[in-house]
Structure formats: structure tokens, C-alpha cells
Ligand binder design. Sequence first.
Ligand code: AVJ
Length: 323
Amino acid sequence: APASRPRPARPESPADADPRAAELCEGLLRRSARIDPKFLYDAQGCVLFSAICELDEYYPTRTEREIFRSQREAIAQALPDPLQWVDLGCGDCAKSRDWLSHVGARRYLGVDIAAEWVTGAVASLGAQHPGIECVAVGADFTAGFDIRDRLGDVQALPPVLFYPGSSIGNFAPDVAVPMLAGFRRHLGPHGRLLISADLRKDTAVMKRAYADALGVTAAFNRNVLRVCNRLTGSDFRPENFLHQARFDEARSCIEMRLVAGSRQFVRIGGQLRVFEEGEAIVTEHSYKYTPERFGALLDEAGFSSHRMWTDPHGWFGVFLAQP
Ligand code: AVJ
């Protein structure tokens, strides 16, 4: 048998040290290249996403805002009082701000992956609401989320987990169900999950929201290649990839991709990856549900019942689920 030889030296790459870089390389070197959507949200990506939210074509943000505005009292009526408000992916805390004066909140927990980043936002919220104990919590609520030790006695102060923006849409149903079940385990007997989901509608309306005329979503999508270059040392040329958004009927999701406009040679993690002309990198899925289908997802996650509020077109759903 041939003696085992030392592996040929591989040029050192950032992927050796940084698990994020390793994850990016792994996805990009697959036959069907992919990038996890969480990489879309660096500082530049967050600014571009905020701009997306202001676009005429991007209906989810304004539709949710309008449901919250018009149904605030009805939703607040259905919540426990007093309660602790748990803001999942709180960012700048803006969406929760409008709720705090309408619900009996004694505590506010702002949960985000980047805890250092939200500490300031949570502190300024606390300054405006001296009666509410405001706490910033660093946690990744996608993977093994468990902040039960931060909630204290959930019998005495029932938690309301607030997960707006249809962020759940980024996760395929088989990933979303265990995530929702994890949320449910935080609620105790009287807690609630207040969660938004984008609803299925005319395909053209959905596609336009992810392929806007100004190209803001295209810039948001291409920016992820800069994130790759920065984290892995790769040499993508973002301008050579075309933004594409299509609706996958079978899976009921928008799929965002970056398509090579011509053959691309890219150095990634010490290897050369060739992208043929027309070859795609999948960057994001955004699942769209019927009210029944999202209800079934909540059932599968163990919730006993739920209610839904929607807009006059039935484009967007705000669900209140009970353990
Ligand atoms: C933040 C995941 C809700 O899917 O609509 C917007 C992200 N991507 N435009 C969505 C997004 C492109 C957004 N979510």
C-alpha cells in the first residue's frame, strides 16, 4: 500500500480561521453554489435593506405597518397584561417602540445577534420608558435559541415574543417548524408569539417586490459578493453578476440568485471556482404562505391555537399564537 504522504500544501486562506468564511467557501464551492442570506446584512447590506423597505414595489413593510396601525388595539387586547416584550431581531427597536405605550409591558428584552450593536438602541428606549426594565440580549435565535434563563418567572410575567417583518420567510418550512417550537418553549402557559408572515398573492406583485425598477434589491444582492471578498479573500467582481428573482411555485418561495453574465474565474478559499455564463448562486429564499399553510406550520410547532389579522388585499398576515 502506498505510504501516506503529507497533503500538498494549500495556500493559507481566511477560511482556516473564521467559521463564517469557512461556511461561505463551503457553499460557494458546491456544484450548486449558495450563500446563506444572513451574509446579506453587513453594514452596507443593512442600509440597502432599509432602502428596499421604502420602495413602492416592496409591499411587506408598509402593509405590516398599516396592519399594526389599524389593528393595534385589537391585537393589544388579546395580549396578557402585564407582560414582558421580547423583541426578536430588535435592530434599532423601532417596530417595538409603537407597541410599548399600548401594552402592559414591565420588561423589554431586545434580542439580536449583534448585542453590542443594539445596546445603545435598547438604552435609549429605556430612557424614554423609565417604567420598563430594558435589557439587551445577544443571541442567535436561529440556532438552538434558548434565553429562558433571561425571562425569570414566566407564570408571573408572561412573555410576548415579537417576530415581525416576515423574517420567518427566510427559513424553509422544515427549519421554521423547529424554530417556532423553540419560541414556544419560552412562553409558559400564558405567553404569546406575535409573528408576521408574507402571504401568497399574484406572482407579478411578489416578483416586482424583489426586482424593483431602481435596482436597489439588485445592489443589495450583489453586495453579498463584497461580503464574500472581505470575509474569504475571494475576488468576485460583483458587476459581472446579474440579479435575478423568480417565484418557485412548487416551494412557494421567491428565490434570489446572482447569475454570471459571462464565464467567471474566481479564487475562493485557495481554489479556483469557475462560474459558467448563466450559472447561478442562490442567495435567498423568501417563503410565501396561505393563511391556512402558515396556521398549519404553527400547529406543527405545537401551538394550540392562533388568530390572524390582515390587510384589505390579504397580502400580509399578522399571527398571534398561543402555546
Ligand atoms: C427580511 C427576509 C423579510 O424576504 O422580503 C427583501 C429580505 N430580500 N428583499 C424578505 C429581502 C430582498 C426580506 N426579509
